[in-house]
Design a protein around this ligand. Structure first.
Ligand code: DSN
Length: 423
């Protein structure tokens, strides 16, 4: 049964209620390894589903274009103050609808169309909005891309510096969506200073690790920091931008009225709740456990002959290159999903295959750590992944089905917020 229960929805719209129940059960019965996903707390779920969804509040606290902000203003101010306190930032804007709009606001604040932006190439672990051609950021601005080194899968800081000094970008991005290693924020900051560029750190994947002290912080190094709130930070689907006080006005103006209309106040409240959770003593332990689980899983996968980009991980994320296993990423991901292991196929650096069917798999440990799985479970998880990848190469559906049953049985001992089997 969904937690909190959905009695009105069941009465009024059984089709949607049934699908939500089915999704909740699916999240209970699977080992969820999508690196950008998590399980939010019941408190975050409640704030997200609250009457705040009824309200409009264009503007900022004390400067709104609609009346009736007696409760929304203090909610947004709490979210802002909590963000500043958790990350030690001088300024925070909690209104961006999600990560891509947050990143677009950075362009709006600092660049004019045609200006040059330097970011990590998408197939090397960067994000679409860091200047990839199919994104507005790659067609409205002039993108230049740095890469990782073929030898060790790590960002080539010499190339970053050479490109920054040659191309003189106005904006440099560090961070991305498939980076298994620690981001060297001081080194990026030094290059940005030398090149006269604004440094933006997109920490969407690692925000919870930073909040919990399990990854160095970009605060004090990057001029502006963007993050989604729903990955390792374990909040609702949303985003934030943090910056130095110097850039506060430009960021706020870019978000509203530059790009967005009314903020989603139910999301703002849920972000505030998640930030409060991230400020509690237990969150550091959660962040460290995410990394410990990822390291243990990486070690177990290496033992089974998997080729990991960069040879391992420093954070929540593992990128597997399946080339030596002779199975492409997409059929492997589909077989794993049928077997109860949910992840995504992913390009690997210098991937000879196409993005819709690349050579790799991306794994993250934030959700399984929320669920209470620890290092001891990781060898078993690697064994299941190995068995199903092998089965995918041989159309061995019996192994897939048997694994799904074993996983359901193991997960029954690990409750989730959001659903529980009927008593
Ligand atoms: N959805 C993000 C991720 O999975 O990393 C990218 O936009």
């Amino acid at each position: 049964m969904h937690q909190p229960p959905l009695p009105h929805l069941h009465d009024q719209d059984p089709a949607i209620a049934g699908l939500i129940e089915a999704e909740a059960r699916r999240q209970f019965e699977k080992i969820r390894l999508i690196a950008s996903e998590n399980y939010v707390s019941p408190a975050v779920l409640e704030a997200t589903g609250s009457v705040l969804t009824n309200k409009y509040s264009e503007g900022y606290a004390g400067r709104r274009y609609y009346e009736g902000q007696q409760n929304v203003d203090p909610i947004e101010l709490l979210a802002v103050e909590r963000a500043k306190a958790v990350f030690g930032a001088e300024h925070a804007n909690v209104q961006p609808y999600s990560g891509s709009p947050a990143n677009l606001a950075v362009y709006m604040a600092f660049l004019r169309p045609g200006d040059t932006v330097l970011g990590l190439s998408l197939p090397m672990g960067g994000h679409l909005t860091h200047g990839w051609p199919v994104s507005a950021t790659g067609s409205w601005f002039t993108p230049v891309r740095y890469e990782v080194r073929a030898a060790d899968g790590r960002v080539d800081m010499d190339q970053v510096r050479d490109l920054a000094l040659k191309e003189r970008p106005k904006l440099i991005w560090c961070g991305g969506t498939a980076i298994p290693r620690t981001i060297d924020f001081p080194a990026f900051a030094e290059i940005a200073r030398e090149a006269g560029a604004v440094l933006a750190a997109d920490v969407a994947h690692i925000a919870g690790l930073i909040a919990g002290g399990a990854h160095p912080s970009p605060v004090g190094h990057a001029d502006v920091i963007t993050t989604t709130t729903h990955k390792t930070l374990r909040g609702p689907r949303g985003a934030m931008i943090m910056s130095t006080a110097e850039h506060a006005a430009a960021i706020d103006k870019a978000v509203f009225p530059g790009l967005q209309g009314g903020p989603h106040d139910h999301t703002t409240a849920a972000i505030a709740v998640a930030l409060d959770e991230a400020s509690r003593p237990g969150f550091g332990g959660y962040a460290r456990q995410i990394v410990a689980n990822a390291r243990a899983l990486a070690a177990a996968l290496l033992e089974r002959g998997f080729d990991l980009v960069s040879g391992g991980t420093d954070n929540h994320l593992i990128l597997i290159d399946l080339t030596n296993k002779g199975v492409p990423g997409k059929p492997a991901a589909k077989a794993l999903d049928r077997a109860g292991v949910e992840l995504n196929h992913n390009a690997v650096p210098f991937d000879p295959r196409r993005p819709f069917d690349p050579s790799g798999l991306r794994i993250g440990t934030a959700a399984i750590t929320t669920r209470g799985l620890t290092e001891e479970r990781m060898p078993q998880l690697a064994e299941w992944i190995d068995a199903v990848v092998t089965a995918a190469g041989k159309q061995d559906e019996a192994t897939v089905t048997r694994t799904a049953a074993e996983i359901r049985e193991m997960l029954a001992a690990y409750p989730i917020p959001g659903w529980a089997p009927a008593p």
